[in-house]
Design a protein around this ligand. Sequence first.
Ligand code: NDP
Length: 482
Amino acid sequence: MATFEYAPAPESRAVVDIASSYGLFIGGQFVDSRGGSSFKSVSPSTEEVLAEVTEASAEDVDRAVAAARTAYSRVWSRMSGADRGKYLFRIARILQERAREFAVLESLDNGKPIRESRDVDVPLAAAHFFYHGGWADKLGHASLGPDPRPIGVVGQVIPWNFPLLMLSWKIAPALATGNTVVLKPAETTPLSALLFAEVCQQADLPPGVVNIITGAGATGQALVEHEGVDKVAFTGSTAVGKAIARSIAGTRKRATLELGGKAANIIFDDAAVDQAVEGIVNGIFFNQGHVCCAGSRLLVQESVAEAVETKLKARLETLRVGDPLDKNTDVGAINSREQLDRITELVQAGEDEGATRWSPDCELPANGFWFRPTVFTGVSQAHRIAQEEIFGPVLSVLTFRTPAEAVAKANNTPYGLSAGIWTEKGSRILWMADQLRAGVVWANTFNKFDPSSPFGGYKESGYGREGGRHGLEAYVRTGADG
Ligand code: NDP
């Protein structure tokens, strides 16, 4: 397929000031660590060091939880919902005003294309604060149960795939319901959370309502295990989610866990093929496939499998892989060397187990972490690439003959986060959606997010919902709850 040549259209880095080093955001101020160390945040597209970031010590975690407790009992839990809402609206507006700065910073630190950080991550993050700001004074009317009240101090740990967006999924509902938070961003993507700390200052948020502590897994562990934390909210791998569930078992802590996925994107023979191909591309190559609900298993009805494969490959030849700050880029950098190694290992396993590997013929930049969009055909259900979360731009294609076979194959996974259905038949969509064990089922679309729509999983994809009225439930006590 012929493609246009585009001149580079890089977004300017000058819109964002990155400090050479960052402290921890505790009690409304950036403070130095007590006894912690530091690490570097690196741009995955160039391997350039962006900033030196603090690795919080156990004592720092203690201080952050204490600051959150003080803010909870003295200010935030006593404030009226209407007043809390004003702060959320203010934060949302500042995120919109500083959208370009956030988008550039996110693309630098994470490696995702500016087109996505600009058009998806940042607008959705602001939308989450607007949405939850609206609930703050209406919690008594949200069917949450009698007398909804905050839980207390929430420890929140988030991953590196949507750093600012995951922060907003965590912080907005917690604050709207009157809780205070200590949040730890992922080690490889801490910078947008630190810029968000500045937004909290700009919004005059009372000190201690939001605390941001940077660090690695040990800091996250110290946070979720801290006895001053009343609720844990975690998004990340199933392995760490299980470890967290074990560590808080038997305590009074509540938890919501949003974990991995291996979604089936199911194409029936009556689907509009060109639209479905766009949906397949969006499903697995959006954000380099670093998406828990990515459509990483393509299930195609056998009679159209060849046609879909041909069109898909032609479409993939047109994807532009490269500089995340270039507005023409479709696929950016892999977030870290560790993640690149993991993708490479699983792709090798796919080849070793006998599946057929294909990638478009695209050039990759010399520095940084990159992986070509990859499609495996001839995949069987037992292959590791059909079972394990690759979390990269790698699609496994399987076929089916009947709707019942599609359901059986789609549900043949330890996960249950999302699924996609492509068909012209409304009745089939409803029947399939009913059979699929997945928290979200998209029909004739994929990867659509809205703050009013609950998101979460079944089975090893975790428990609890985020977003919508259901997402509020995780952050309130009701009736006689202690
Ligand atoms: P992790 O689950 O390790 O990371 C998620 C967050 O948890 C990070 O902030 C991490 O800190 C923190 N963390 C790590 N260990 C602990 C712990 N014991 N207690 C509390 N917090 C902890 O994911 P990885 O980044 O290691 O990615 C590994 C794999 O997980 C990926 O290849 C992918 O398959 C999957 N994954 C799935 C995600 C999803 O949304 N479904 C998101 C991210 C990863 P730090 O970053 O500093 O290690």
